[in-house]
Design a protein around this ligand. Structure first.
Ligand code: MN
Length: 303
């Protein structure tokens, strides 16, 4: 694993919370990997910007009426696969170290929230859960503007535009939410495989989408992957491929709260944060979203 460059970070939400590995129920895993970005670069800086912004979060969650972080314990892992300063890491090495790191954290009893970094990494994360849960199926819930269903893109099957195609090849059920930009190949695949897709333009006018999305999940266990471009780009402009439309904050958090309440979320990732100069809104919103996921999981698990 000589190709991997671990770097340490300031802990999520800061020193207010004891970052003790043995007692922490949650592990934040920063993965500043960027190799196949096709439009706006910069997601290599996503994890550090998110951790930096998290220092400004209120520990008290006004929705849940508790100081989640103090009660739960949040451990921030060192970064894996730092591709800053032109460092090159081969996709397969990247997926391997990601899978191994997630496996170790989950086997140590941690609820893992990976923060990226480009979306291609989700392939390695999901592989870790597939190995841990063996043949037991779980649904991959993807929040994203894009289908990410291309077989290959720009000569690579590990491009971030192909990540959900790789997951479908793992024979896991998927539900795609917030989709509003796909190519013909992806549209054909959705029809051919009868994939479950909740499109952003339907979500915008159908308030019952949350109930319908939850009802469409066929497994008790789910893995949640959030490409931040699934959210309205006025809330998070700092992504590699912004698309107009997308989920608003309250619609998104209402869905997530229900999802954690009614299903066992085995892990999640928040990908593709690419900070914008002179604005902190993207990284702060992303940090708050991470804290919401922790809060909803704490509520669901009775932590
Ligand atoms: Mn996307």
């Amino acid at each position: 694993m000589s190709a991997i460059y671990p770097t340490s970070n300031i802990p999520f939400i800061g020193s207010e919370i004891e970052p003790d590995y043995t007692t922490a129920k949650v592990a934040i895993l920063p993965i500043p990997y960027e190799a196949t970005t096709t439009y706006r670069r910069g997601c290599v800086n996503g994890p550090s910007a998110l951790l930096d912004a998290s220092q400004q979060l209120e520990c008290y969650d006004e929705e849940l009426d508790r100081e989640t972080g103090l009660e739960v314990g949040i451990y921030t892992h060192e970064s894996i696969a730092d591709t800053g300063n032109g460092k090159k890491i081969l996709p397969l090495d990247m997926l391997k170290v990601t899978q191994e790191t997630v496996e170790k954290l989950v086997n140590d009893g941690k609820f893992v929230i990976a923060i990226g970094g480009e979306h291609s990494i989700t392939n390695g994360i999901v592989k870790a859960y597939q190995k841990i849960y063996l043949d037991e199926k779980f649904t991959v819930i993807q929040i994203d503007a894009h289908g990410d269903l291309r077989y290959e893109y720009e000569g690579s099957i590990y491009n971030h535009a192909c990540v959900m195609r790789r997951i479908i090849e793992m024979k896991l059920p998927t539900i795609q939410i917030g989709i509003r930009a796909i190519c013909k190949e992806e549209a054909d695949l959705i029809k051919e495989k009868n994939l479950t897709v909740f499109r952003a333009r339907e979500i915008a006018i159908q308030p019952d989408w949350i109930e319908r999305a939850i009802a469409s999940i066929q497994t008790q266990r789910v893995f949640l992957t959030i490409d931040l471009d699934g959210i309205d780009p006025t809330l998070i402009p700092g992504v590699g491929t912004p698309e107009p439309g997308g989920l608003n904050w309250y619609s998104l958090t209402a869905f997530l709260r229900k999802l954690f309440e009614l299903h066992e979320v085995i892990g999640c990732d928040i990908m593709e944060l690419a900070p914008v100069t002179d604005s902190v809104v993207s990284e702060f919103t992303a940090a708050k979203l991470v804290y919401k996921l922790i809060g909803y999981q704490a509520l669901a698990q009775g932590w």
